[in-house]
Ligand binder design. Structure first.
Ligand SMILES: C[S@@+](CC[C@H](N)C(=O)[O-])C[C@H]1O[C@@H](n2cnc3c(N)ncnc32)[C@H](O)[C@@H]1O
Length: 157
């Protein structure tokens, strides 16, 4: 099955994620409410994951996306210019996790817009049990050069 990556609030951040997720995802769905965003012409026709662009609110996108195998999210904030949405918080996290249907999915983030200690708890040795899933730091850390941590998401049994 094709592996779908979802990147909400991407602004203009296309190239690095596309390169970093080559071989990890078959498609990246970039989602942002902004109407001014365009694909990176230097990537057009190149290899790497297929790039799909959704101009939508992250919450609407999460309701519509069929599944998420890889969640990618970074460099957002709550001050000016940031989405102000607590993506790693009680409202959005369940929407993300319920779309992670595979035995094992990836959650890659720098911890932007975390609320209620979510990111801190995800990093603990024991990880975080939340909304029917267990999230723990991956043994492999392939995104450190982007300032991001890679987590495994598994079904809680
Ligand atoms: C700080 S920027 C993100 C930077 C980007 N992740 C990067 O690494 O360069 C925040 C982005 O969130 C988008 N945004 C704001 N509200 C949103 C919403 N409700 N749903 C999706 N995107 C939203 C903005 O349009 C803006 O592009």
């Amino acid at each position: 099955m094709e592996r779908i990556a979802f990147y909400p609030c991407w602004a203009n951040d296309i190239r690095q994620p596309a390169l970093a997720l080559t071989g990890i995802a078959d498609e990246i769905i970039y989602c942002d409410v902004s109407t001014h965003l365009r694909d990176d012409p230097s990537l057009v026709g190149g290899s790497g994951p297929r790039r799909t662009f959704w101009q939508k609110d992250v919450r609407d996108a999460l309701r519509q996306i069929p599944r998420i195998d890889v969640f990618f999210y970074r460099r957002d904030g709550t001050s000016e210019g940031g989405s102000g949405i607590f993506v790693l918080g009680r409202e959005i996290m369940p929407l993300i996790l319920e779309k992670m249907m595979a035995e094992s999915s990836l959650f890659i983030t720098d911890g932007s817009n975390s609320r209620g200690g979510t990111f801190r708890k995800m990093k603990r040795t024991a990880g975080l049990q939340i909304f029917g899933k267990h999230i723990s730091k991956g043994q492999e850390q392939r995104f450190q050069h982007l300032g991001m941590i890679e987590f495994d998401v598994r079904h809680e049994y």
